[in-house]
Structures are given as C-alpha cells and as structure tokens.
Ligand binder design. Sequence first.
Ligand SMILES: [Zn+2]
Length: 378
Amino acid sequence: MGTRASELLRVVHENPDITRADAARRVGIGTGAATELVARLTAAELISERPAGPAGRGRPTTVLQPHPRGPLVLGVAFAHETWRAEVVQLGGEVVASDGDEQMAGAYGEGERILLEVKARLTRLRRRFRGRIRGMGVSVPGLVAMDRLVEASTLGWSGLDMGILWPNAPVVALGNDATFAASAESCRGAAVGAAVALHVRVDAGLGGALVESGRVLTGAVGLGGEFGHMPFAPDDVHCPCGARGCWGASLDGGALARLLGEPAPTEPVAYARRVVARAARAGAGSPEHDAVTAVAARLGRGIAGLVNAVDPDLVTVGGLGVDYLAAASRALDDAYLAGLMAFRRKDPPPVLAAELLEGGPVAGAAEEAWARLWPLLPT
Ligand SMILES: [Zn+2]
C-alpha cells in the first residue's frame, strides 16, 4: 500500500471521527489528493464517509469513519487467572468480546488452555466472515522474537501461541505490561508524555518505559521486567529463580505472608479480596496494615525507577490501581521518601492507568493494527 494511504488510515485510526479536511492536513496533502485517496480507500472498503454534522457555514466536509465491511483485528490477553478477547475496528472501538472468565487449573496446562481459547476465537472469526485480519496476543510472561519464552507464574514455557490462529496473516505477541504501557500512551493517562513509566502489578510486576509514544522493549524484547529488581530483602523468593525481587514483595503471595495465610493459588483474585477485607475492617486491622505495607513497597520501588529513568509521569496498572485507591497515602509517602530530595518539590505524578484491566488487550490490538497497515490492499 502507498505510504500516504497507510498514513491516512493511521490518522483515521488515531483520531476517530476526524474530518477529511483535518486528515488531509495531518497527512500533508491537498484537497484534491485527499478526495482521490479517500475515494480509493472507500472503494477498497477500508473507510467510509459521512457528512460532518448539521450544515453550517463554510465549505462542507465529511467525517472519516471505519467502513461497515472494513478490516478488524483481534486482541487477546491472557492474565494469570483470566483471558479476554476483543474484536476492534479502525479507530479503536470494540465491536465484540469474549472471555473474561477464570482459567481453571491453568498452571502448567498452557496447551490445553490455548486449544480451548482457540475454539472460542475461531467462533469470533467466523462471526465476522473473514473481516478479522490480524491478531495481537498479550501474555503475562517473557516474550522474545515473537515467542513466549516463559510465563513462570503460569508454568507455561516455550509455547507456540500461533496455534490460537494457524496461518493468521498477522500475529503480534507481546508481554502484558509492555502492551499495557503502549496502550496507556496511545489512548490512556500517558497520552502526550515525553517519557512515561508504566508499572503493572498482576501475579508478577512488569512495565515499560515509553518515549514519545515508542515503547522501549530492549534488544530482544525482554526489557521492562522491573519486578525482578532486587528492591526486596533476600528472604523473598521469586518464581523467576532470583531472591529479593521487588514484584514478589508486593503481590498476592506477599499479602498472604504478611497475614500468615497459606500461599494463594489465585494470587490476583486473593489480593483483591484482601483489599476489600481491609476496606471493611478499617485502620488498625491486620488486612489494612498488610495492604498499607505492600502499597508502600510499590511507592518506594517507583521512586527508585523515577530516580533512575526520569519520566514526566508514572502510571500504575493491574493491582497497582487497587493499592493506589486503598492506600494512596502510604504509597505517596514511600514514593516521596524514596525520591532524591531535588525531585520532591515537583515529583512526577503517579496516576492510575485509565485503561485499567483493559490495557493489555487494547495494546495487543494496537500492535496488530501497527503491523497490518502496510499489508492492507488499496
Ligand atoms: Zn524475580
């Protein structure tokens, strides 16, 4: 596809309901060229036009929107205990979804889970009769060179995620925290940030640094494993094989240790239950103390990262949102105490991710779109 056609599609995708005149300006083409290009993309069933609002003064223009028979992508996100799929049209709107259910007994059962999810995805693809043109898959694990290297908290390793859709025209595989960071910078709380730091707490802790909208993933895609920095005492054992990992000091397992309860089999759901119990039991209760402690550990580690990488804002996702809501004071105090003194006057804000649990799946769909642009015929 021509660069301009590709560029126009991207502009329409990033600015839903943009007028033809504005889109032409962004692409840097004149009115005549825009008319011709839009006609071509409409004939190819990629976009369509409708009149821009009620007739007013000035020259009439049109609004560019997804074509009713246009291409779609599939975003799929595996979390540690649940999975979700979304069918997304140009512009980012979700037109169908599936999943949002517990993956019972998922530990070490990756192949079985993938086959079950594959059947559901096939049903979604049939429903849209060939319109779904690519797939992004988010996993809570290490991804390098488009392969799942390991998801240690799920006990999955070396899985070929391609079996979810054999021979898919486009498959983008990525780490959940990386995708969440990317989505937060595209459509969430970090839009427009020069350098945004995203920290996501799930059964593990990960994140990414995003510079001017571009996610820094490392040489082979394994960057952002912030949870495995040794910010915690040596007696914290992490499923990754290291000791003192920050992530393992503030997840559901850490809450259970603080409360003297057995290690939870579903640490994320367990952590949310503890946060709810803490809210009911109030200050002075063991639950409240435990939640306050993990929130402070989160804030302290974020301070270390802010000192190291100098972001203009920080977003927290996953359980981090729950910790921030339940114990913002403890998190803030630990954050400020951990910052170098010169930063405390004007610290980068620590915000809840706007996309909440939808970040990884939205990021997966965005990555599929990014890979699809050059492949769409016009
Ligand atoms: Zn670790």
